[in-house]
Design a protein around this ligand. Structure first.
Ligand code: GLY
Length: 318
């Protein structure tokens, strides 16, 4: 059995490429890297890689992580600028025995030394979004932050190896140097090939308070199906945050176990995810949480068309 599951509709082209590799005996490390790179390279996704929205100083600082579920090796970069594929740098770092999580200039030096492709990740479209948001914040006093749609994936290959990966530009208009959950083991991702893996998207500051990805893997290890593990962890932690802090940030988690069974839970409206397995062609679902149960519906063609139309619609400076 092989399979790959990812946060958001934006991952479907990537998991389609990955599923071709997995179908032909490809390994979970290569497949997940190819899938995440596809998202990083697409300029119209505003929250990952090229075209990602900048921090408050109009710089695109990116976070990414890779984990090998066989060896438990982890590699991650945070607040890295001007490199095309943070996921590939994170994967390369997972091969080091120490210095596995590098930030900012240190991550850039490592990437340069190892010949990774340099690229100015700030697009003209992202600049327009930035200028428009600055105006909105001044005129309407709305919060600068909005959107934190990390791509997070879990992959299983036919040899039983599992991997997890994340990539994000983090919160729009974040402070320079701000790091979210995505490169943090246990929060943004976790995978153990003997059990399964999980990955998160949402408000990093809150996801980190609950180490939610690790919690889901722990629940699967205790015997829960991935769906039950996701719902248990997300519902319980959402409730804890509301009780202790009066509110809970957005939180959506995907998981897959080492049998290729998967699960998803969210505390927001309109969370989409993409999945492909040996028995299931790549597909996009929308999910909603109804009294603690997350109901998944296949996204309609109309929804998919509208998604791409809004992502690529011409953008004007206000
Ligand atoms: N979940 C991504 C972030 O908060 O940066």
């Amino acid at each position: 059995m092989w399979g790959i599951i990812a946060t958001w509709r934006m991952a479907v082209e990537g998991i389609t490429k990955a599923s071709e590799m997995l179908k032909n005996g490809g390994n979970a490390g290569d497949a997940i890297e190819v899938a995440v790179k596809e998202v990083e390279d697409f300029p119209y996704y505003k929250s990952v890689g090229y075209g990602g929205l900048p921090n408050e100083e109009m710089e695109v600082e990116l976070d990414a992580a890779y984990m090998d579920g066989d060896t438990l090796d982890i590699g991650a970069v945070a607040a890295i600028k001007d490199f095309a594929n943070p996921i590939s740098i994170a994967r390369r770092l997972s091969q080091e025995s120490v210095n596995n999580l590098l930030v900012g200039e240190g991550a850039e030096k490592f990437a340069h030394r190892h010949g990774f492709e340099r690229k100015n990740m700030l697009t003209d479209r992202a600049k327009i979004h930035y200028h428009n948001r600055v105006k909105e914040v001044q005129e309407t006093e709305i919060k600068p932050y909005a959107g934190h749609d990390t791509v997070g994936m879990v992959c299983l290959d036919s040899a039983g190896k599992m991997t997890a990966a994340t990539s994000t530009s983090g919160l729009f208009m974040k402070k320079k140097g701000r790091v979210g959950d995505s490169p943090i083991s246990g929060s943004g991702f976790y995978v153990d090939s003997e059990v399964g893996g999980a990955s998160a998207t949402g408000l990093g500051e809150d996801v980190m308070k609950g180490c939610v990805s690790y919690e889901i893997v722990r629940l699967m290890k205790e015997g829960m199906h991935p769906q039950q593990a996701c719902e248990t962890a997300v519902n319980l932690f959402d409730k804890t945050l509301r009780e202790r802090r009066g509110k809970a940030g957005d939180m959506s988690l995907i998981a897959m176990n080492n049998k290729g069974e998967w699960g998803v839970a969210t505390n927001i409206e309109g969370f989409s995810f993409s999945v492909a397995t040996e028995g299931q062609e790549p597909i996009v679902y929308l999910t909603k949480n109804v009294d603690g149960k997350c109901i998944h519906e296949v996204a309609s063609q109309e929804w998919l068309d509208e998604y791409m139309r809004t992502r690529t619609a011409p953008l004007v400076e206000k």
